[in-house]
Design a protein around this ligand. Sequence first.
Ligand code: NAD
Length: 499
Amino acid sequence: RPQHMLDQSSIDALRSAPVTPKLHLIDGAALPASDGQMMDVISPLDGSVLTQTACGTAADIEHAVKSARAAFEDGRWSQMPPAGRKKVLHKWADLIEANALELAVLGVRDNGTEISMAIKAEPFSAAGTIRYYAEALDKVYGEIANTDPAFLGMIHREPVGVVGAIIPWNFPLMIGAWKLGPALAAGNSVVLKPSETASLTLHRLAELALEAGLPKGVLNIVFGEGAVVGEALGLSMDVDVLVFTGSGGTGRRLLEYSARSNLKRVYLELGGKSPHIIFADAPDLDAAAMAAAGGIFRNSGQVCVAGSRLLVQAEIHDDFVAAVAKNAANFKVGDPLDMTTQMGAVNSARQLEQNLGFVDTATAQGADLMHGGNRILQDTGGYFMEPTIFTGVGARDDIAQKEVFGPILAVTTFKDEAEAISLANSTPLGLAAGAWTSDLGRAHRMIRAIRAGVVHINTYGGADNTVPLGGMGQSGNGSDKSMHAMDKYVDLKTAWIRL
Ligand code: NAD
């Protein structure tokens, strides 16, 4: 098990290792930005400059897209027999696992996630995803249609060509692999733009891909600002599919870029405001209280499926919320490289400021601050916040409607199943949900009634690669993970033959 890799002395040996400045990776070569600009990488652990990366330009994107296109067209990867692609992807997964601790520590220094979570959720999750698609790639068949016998109708699945991938900072390796696994397995070339505030591990991941035998030019990494290189990727006339995880605002921009350029297909995994519903007949209220706390406080709430709205049935409300608060009080917050820490640093000064702004707004709108609410450990220079709980949150309050992406739980009470469903569906978002009940019929009614891409019953989070993750409503379109994700990276082509 991944956690067995963790021992404090190995982590400590890596925690201050120098990190050399990183350049783009284009056509297998390390290249500076076309204008030579670099940007600082700030560590949220102490606010220090960890290293620098290239700060890309639109010209860099054009170069990377050209390299990806050339690689696709000459068939060095797209036409490689599936067994060959499979071998490379498995080797890549092996290398990710062999370098898991190094990757995990580097990632934590870059984005602040506690390492107890990152070791599993980042390198090991990424390796598992790459393996899943390595195994899948030669099990995808074309189809023969049931046509008039005078004709043969065949349906081919072809790689789309060049995929642009724009990745957020909260789980760069896990989410990066959700895109790279199926995109590369299908034979495409990729230009990947990591987030400005968590880019280092994705760069290392791409280096390991080259080492595993992925041909040059098939996976290109361009660092830079969203508004510059992200926009250039979105507007490229030679990117066929754009895949994205991040905020709704950026998602809307990407749709515009597509409309203004080549109508590339755009797949969006956006945020959530996920309801976590506790019925009085929950089979295990202690487990539910622990899951409710873990579901919002791990990784400082910077989890797209975070159960950020806790809906509690009136008759158990006070006791249950007290149990969640007790869990919150016991949460060990602090040094993300301490393997016993349960909640590390907030990713950036900007995110921390945004979280604290939500605390002020919630208070102003009349919610009761029951626990936390403050920045802590300021003397470290890092960005840390207390687990925070508001009770008495109105369904229309900002913290009930807007994604905070921080360790802030909004608690609302409900009377009965109908009210729970109505509250659950009262936002435009629909990424995840959870319900705790011993009533099998009610569990199935909740699954049907809640508008969300995943509904957890008597557990929260943790769904693996075998099942899709995708949003309903304004949480996005298309799915990551599972065989369904492959659909985003292929075109269907019909062959219609007179016999
Ligand atoms: P963000 O939208 O600010 O940034 C995401 C990526 O988009 C970054 O790489 C950024 O550089 C890039 N970007 C920013 N502006 C751009 C522009 N104008 N054009 C092109 N690219 C641009 O989001 P974030 O702060 O990095 O991530 C947090 C958000 O991501 C939260 O809302 C969270 O819910 C969401 N998220 C969703 C999922 C999911 O699976 N649905 C998973 C993780 C995070």
